[in-house]
Design a protein around this ligand. Structure first.
Ligand SMILES: Nc1nc2c(ncn2[C@@H]2O[C@H](COP(=O)(O)OP(=O)(O)OP(=O)(O)O)[C@@H](O)[C@H]2O)c(=O)[nH]1
Ligand SMILES: [Mg+2]
Length: 717
């Protein structure tokens, strides 16, 4: 393959809701680009894009797959992104390296929540979009209905470049009002006749063309003047105007498609090449606030947007050349850690097929194998070029615990999970000391099942996934005191330490007092010194040394603090971390010989435990902000489901034609929520979740948690 200059490259990502037909479209694009001479189908599991076993057995795209066609003397790079929410990571990776998105809309459904979500991600990344209404050949294709939903979702932005003739099973062509032609298809293989518009369609064609011209003129003063002067614009002028509108996100031009019958695919590709931007001159932000301009005449830098382990190849790093010309055999440096990598063999990529090339120009996509540090979201560059800003991945919304079936595999599992997470940054792995579990988080149950599948198949590890523990916190609501004497005199050297302490709730913004009632007497404690700690797990501990008259040596204070800290990491109620507490140590006793650190550590631990138990202890649980985006018809079922999860609906609003429910829901009630929501709404709704705060659990939940803990708690030495 020849190497294409930057301005002869288009990087296009196919996005849209699940099952809208992106993979089928990518197959037809490859066919039109003469990369393949027979189109595979998703059903036959033989598309170029869905080439992994996991994708084929699930009949859906799971990874963003780069493909290319050489078309109209350009290199037309296509990334077929997954439509399922669970695999959104792949789409977000592709957004980072593409200049244009083709938003595929299913004519049977109109705009779906998935369409909406991808349009929102695209807006976030300033990715210009071209709209394509697909499946116009299907029995349930609803052209008018789809246009309605487009208007509801995108307001004034959609503008028709084409309208279909005979939508439904007889779909065989469309009128293109940019070209003012009727494209008729004679077979299911894209054999096209370019005809004059039939008389009966002329009125509609002229009206649509007028709308298109007015839209195109909106974004450029000279075009507007030409339009006023002549009442017309040429094809080039319309394209120019549309191009400006598309790039600024003000216009969503609409095309007609049957990806399955290869109708409209070639026209869509032609328009994209003629109207969409090439990467030339595009500026990518760097982590240090600078920019890397995409041009060939510059030091070389590449950005790895995807990594995968592939059969017979090992780890493959997929990249975009962000600047300069990448030449085979070059050494590049990771600007973030200084590691040098030699890129010994370069490839152009069409799914599983890789074609060896010797150089790749700025703006183009390619891949390289077996890099040491070539993970997703990494820049490699000639010295002096900064790292490209990292991809912002969506927050996880599915969380579970994982362990190996064979205990001896623990270290192996840790390694495997770390490798998977480096390749797919939407997989988050964390060993929680607090929960004593390895917590695996991702975008949904299917996403986590993919991780499990990879562990089984790639790493030969059998694992169990199970409900994760909840990181509860404990705090107190009242003042209480306790005294504890630790004394051990059997055999050898003795141990002696006695600590008297008072605990009271720490409340943000409320100053500490030293006046308390102790043993029924008003007491004013003398604070000798105080320390305040921001706890690693959130909240505060304030420690007040109020021991007078040498009852306890200063030297034992650190031991007492240690005893308290120990117990804070293992709260007396459920073994969870304690937070937001003030501790006053105001008296105690020593023994001239037997008092030693360990005695005070144990005395403080036990005194703290006792005081804590008498201080109206409360279990607090993590509460998440949950936003559910759903078609209006599912608002009722979503709300009643939330009620059953102790969720509190804060408010609801409309976003385009979807309802957004804003709720606060305890994490304990969110296990497998993505799966539940999906089955509750037939996959039409989605949600996001983000940690908000800790709140006390209701009384009945506390009783249940206490009983559970009591059953497993052992007496402390
Ligand atoms: N009738 C008809 N069916 C289509 C068309 N395009 C795709 N399909 C069918 O729709 C289903 C989904 O197609 P895919 O190409 O896998 O859709 P996708 O958007 O890639 O789906 P995900 O990867 O899951 O997001 C398959 O059964 C296709 O055969 C079309 O133009 N007409
Ligand atoms: Mg697909």
């Amino acid at each position: 393959m020849k190497s294409y200059p930057t301005k002869k490259i288009r990087n296009v990502v196919l996005v849209g809701s699940a099952k809208s037909g992106k993979t089928t479209l990518s197959e037809a694009m490859l066919y039109e680009g003469k990369v393949i001479d027979r189109r595979g189908t998703v059903e036959d599991k033989n598309t170029v894009s869905d080439n992994t076993e996991f994708e084929q057995s699930n009949q859906k795209s799971v990874f963003a797959t780069p493909l290319y066609a050489e078309f109209l003397e350009n290199k037309f790079n296509i990334i077929d992104a997954p439509g399922s929410d669970d695999f959104v990571g792949g789409a977000v990776e592709a957004f980072k390296v593409c200049e244009t998105g083709i938003l595929v809309i299913n004519a049977q459904q109109g705009v779906e929540v998935g369409t909406e979500i991808f349009a929102r991600h695209a807006a976030h990344y300033h990715l210009p979009l071209i709209g394509a209404i697909n499946q116009l050949d299907s029995e349930k294709a609803n052209w008018e209905g789809t246009l309605e939903t487009l208007k509801e979702a995108f307001g004034h932005k959609p503008i028709l470049v084409q309208f279909p003739v005979n939508p439904g099973p007889g779909f065989d062509g469309f009128v293109d009002v940019l070209k003012m032609k009727y494209y008729h298809f004679k077979d299911d293989n894209g054999t096209r006749e370019d005809l004059a518009i039939p008389a009966e369609l002329m009125d509609e064609a002229e009206q649509r063309r007028q709308e298109l011209i007015e839209k195109a003129a909106e974004f450029d003063d000279t075009l507007m003047e030409t339009f006023f002067d002549k009442g017309e614009l040429t094809e080039d002028e319309i394209r120019k105007g549309l191009g400006i509108g598309i790039r600024s996100g003000e216009v969503l031009p609409i095309f007609c498609l049957s990806a399955k019958k290869d109708i409209g695919v070639k026209r869509l590709m032609e328009f994209t090449i003629n109207t969409a931007s090439s990467p030339e001159g595009q500026k990518a932000a760097t982590i240090d606030g600078g920019e890397v301009e995409c041009k060939m005449d510059a030091p070389c830098s590449i950005f790895i947007y995807k990594t995968a382990v592939e059969q017979h190849l090992g780890e493959v790093s997929y990249f975009k050349v962000m600047s300069g010309v990448l030449k085979e055999g070059v050494d590049l440096v990771n600007p973030e850690n200084g590691t040098t990598e030699r890129l010994s063999a370069l490839y152009a990529v069409a799914g599983a097929k890789k074609e060896k090339v010797t150089e790749i120009n700025a703006g183009d996509l390619g891949c390289v194998m077996k890099l040491k540090s070539g993970k997703t979201d990494v820049t490699l560059a000639e010295p002096g070029v900064d790292a490209i800003a990292h991809i912002v991945f969506p927050e996880p919304k599915y969380r579970c615990a994982v362990k190996p079936l064979d205990k001896n595999d623990e270290a192996k599992l840790g390694d495997a999970l770390n490798k998977i997470a480096a390749q797919d940054p939407t997989v988050i792995v964390e060993y929680s000391k607090e929960l004593r579990q390895t917590i695996l988080s991702g975008q949904g149950e299917q996403h986590i099942n993919l991780v499990k599948w990879r562990l089984n198949n790639e790493f030969k590890l059998q694992v169990e996934l199970y409900a994760p523990r909840i990181p509860y916190r404990e705090t107190i609501t009242k003042i209480a005191t306790a005294q504890y004497r630790h004394k051990k005199q059997s055999g050898g050297a003795g141990q002696f330490g006695e600590v008297h302490m008072l605990v009271c709730p720490y409340i943000e913004g409320q100053p500490a007092t030293n006046k308390f009632k102790i043993d029924g007497k008003d007491t004013e404690l003398k604070i000798k010194n105080q320390q305040s700690f921001d706890l690693e797990w959130g909240g505060k501990l304030e420690f007040f040394n109020c021991v007078v008259g040498g009852a306890i040596d200063e030297g034992f204070m650190p031991a007492i603090l240690k005893g308290i800290n120990d117990k804070m990491t293992e709260g007396p109620l459920t073994g969870s971390y304690a937070r937001d507490i003030r501790v006053y140590v105001y008296d105690g006793k020593m023994h001239p010989v037997d008092s030693k650190e360990i005695a005070f550590i144990l005395a403080a631990r036990n005194a703290f435990k006792q005081a804590f138990r008498d201080a109206g202890p409360k279990i607090m649980e993590p509460i998440y902000d949950v936003d559910i985006i759903t078609p209006a018809e599912f608002v009722g079922p979503c709300m009643s489901d939330l009620n059953g999860r102790r969720g509190m609906i804060i408010n609801q609003d409309m976003e385009n034609n979807f309802t957004v429910l804003h709720a606060k829901v305890p994490l304990a009630e969110l296990y497998r929520y993505s799966t539940v929501l999906s089955s509750l709404t037939g996959g039409a709704a989605t949600f996001t979740m983000k940690f908000a705060e800790y709140q006390p659990v209701p009384g009945d939940v506390q009783t249940k948690l206490l009983a559970e803990y009591a059953a497993q708690e052992k007496e402390e030495e």
